[in-house]
Design a protein around this ligand. Structure first.
Ligand code: MG
Length: 538
């Protein structure tokens, strides 16, 4: 039987180098992560998505991979990795890792060899042109920071294609040997205990580059990878990053023969629009467009923020202006035209009610929740750092040296000043506070996993007379969960249009505060949230 564990998973995304330094060299590592597994188990997550941990020059946060079959020695070793997966599994935590196969670092041995001569065995691993390509900007990603998709290499005496930065040459994925390498990479890490892969830049992998193009239907590549991982084990999951038009999302699922999961950029953008407009409608519309059949085993993975900029490219220009004006009023907060390089709390002016409302949505909406390290304590950003490094500062564990991240004086960047400093925002302080964001999120995670209607159920939006309130129901057989969210700052009383016999069996399992019982109506505070549940009674 196929194992659909991902439907009820709560994923925690972390970058090892900025999470916890176990050996005192100033950089996070596997030893540090192993020390924190109990913390993660306590938080309640059951899957860790590791950002790239391979050898890399770290010119793009590790997404410039220099060897897919090894661990960067600053982060640890392969034996430590195996030990970490075992320790995680003991705690019911699976490991998912990034598969970066659209491109490599220019320091990858394949590229170094490919540059040397035309007859290199690796020459065809990359995309080359001997003449300067006429159309040299077919797919610019970093608007304002990147002016071409082609770079000239003197040693190769040829131009090579790069979707992203010039130090990240694209692999020629149409080449059978490159496809074999991708399978070898998957097999290698599955054997070391990995349960899934977050595939980086999926639409770019399938795209035509120069003269190189996947033959026939480009999605056949994803079908091949799905068949391959299914052969390796019933619980290996492929989760794709495809920040593209939402109309094409279903193409990446195929007939349940491509990706298992897709990161939900459309819902993410509409979540921020709903927060900016203080209206439920953007979320309702996004859900209705994306999930005509939410009980399907194709699964979206929902998130609030990730390691990149918040790219609001899924919204139209008027909606983009609304979100940018609300959450990134200064130029320094923006990047690549439609991106915001901030974390959630700074965007919400550190309003604890708005922050908790947002995570209540993340953990109750249909789709697997993905939390990024530091979100559970409300970490801020460091706009003084360049580009997306603003949201990649070290995890804040205590109010001590380097926030408890490392005892080394040249530590990974930390936030040591201002209201978001580790002196004010850290795990140790919040663990002792019943009402902290950490304990609130931990409670949400535990309820989300326990009430399977959330992860497995069919969802339905319930009509609500107030435009600022979202009511949704998740049903799995006779298990029912209802969540109510108020996007406005005002207290309102709303009707719950559900059969009386169903309502009578509801128990409130979570709320922003205690509420009195009203006759026929349900009260919800400004930026409040309430979860109700019923389960079969004997
Ligand atoms: Mg270290």
């Amino acid at each position: 039987m196929v194992n659909y564990w991902y439907k009820n998973a709560v994923i925690y995304s972390l970058d090892i180098k900025s999470f916890a330094d176990g050996n005192g060299d100033g950089i996070g590592d596997l030893a540090g992560l192993m020390q924190k597994l109990d913390y993660l188990a306590c938080l309640g997550i059951n899957c860790i998505w590791l950002q790239p941990l391979h050898p890399s020059p770290w010119k793009d946060g590790g997404y410039d991979v220099a060897d897919h079959y090894a661990i960067d020695e600053r982060l640890g070793s392969l034996p430590e990795f195996i030990k970490m997966t075992e320790l995680a599994r003991e705690r019911g935590i699976r490991i998912m890792m990034d598969l970066v196969a659209n491109h490599t670092s220019d320091q990858h041995p394949w590229f170094k060899d490919a540059r040397k001569h035309k007859n290199s065995a690796y020459r065809d691993y990359y995309v080359w042109e001997t003449e300067r390509p006429r159309y040299h900007r077919p797919n610019i990603i970093f608007t304002g920071k990147q002016d071409s998709n082609w770079a000239y290499d003197k040693m190769a005496k040829a131009w090579y294609y790069h979707t992203f930065y010039p130090f990240q040459p694209d692999l020629n994925i149409s080449h059978p040997k490159v496809q074999d390498e991708i399978k070898n990479i998957l097999r290698f890490w599955i054997k070391l205990g990995v349960s899934g892969f977050r595939i980086d830049a999926v639409p770019h992998m399938l795209r035509k580059k120069g003269k190189e193009q996947l033959p026939g239907d480009a999605h056949d590549l994803l079908r091949k990878l799905r068949t391959f991982v299914d052969e390796q084990g019933e619980d290996i999951v492929l989760m794709g990053e495809a920040d593209t038009q939402h109309e094409s999302y279903s193409d990446f699922f195929g007939e349940r023969d491509q990706l298992h999961m897709l990161l939900n950029f459309h819902l993410n953008n509409h979540l921020f629009l709903a927060l900016a407009q203080k209206k439920a409608r953007p979320l309702t519309e996004s859900l209705n467009e994306l999930l005509p059949n939410s009980a399907d085993c194709n699964q979206f993975a929902n998130f609030v923020r990730n390691h990149d900029e918040l790219n609001i490219g899924q919204l139209n220009s008027t909606q983009q202006k609304t979100v940018l004006n609300a959450f990134a009023p200064d130029n320094n907060m923006r990047i690549y035209e439609t991106g915001i390089r901030r974390r959630l709390p700074t965007m919400l002016n550190n309003n604890p009610r708005c922050i908790k409302l947002t995570y209540s949505l993340l953990f109750s909406l249909p789709g697997t929740p993905v939390l990024r390290y530091g979100e559970e304590i409300g970490m801020g950003d460091a706009l003084a750092l360049s580009e997306r490094n603003s949201v990649r500062t070290a995890m804040q564990w205590t109010d001590g040296k380097n926030g408890g991240f490392s005892n080394n004086s040249s530590s990974w960047p930390t936030i040591s000043k201002g209201p978001y400093s580790f002196k004010h925002i850290n795990v140790a302080a919040q663990a002792q506070d019943r009402n902290s964001l950490l304990n609130t999120l931990s409670r949400m995670i535990s309820l989300r996993k326990a009430y399977s209607a959330f992860g497995w159920g069919q969802y339905e939006i319930i009509d609500c007379e107030h435009p600022g309130v979202l009511i949704h129901v998740c049903r799995r057989d006779s298990n029912v969960a209802v969540a109510i969210h108020n996007f406005t700052g005002d207290t309102v009383d709303v009707s719950l249009s559900l059969p009386e016999e169903e309502r009578a069996l509801f128990t409130e399992i979570l709320a922003d505060q205690a509420y009195e019982q009203l006759n026929g109506k349900v009260r919800i505070n400004g930026y409040g949230y309430r979860w109700f549940c019923r389960w079969p009674l004997a």
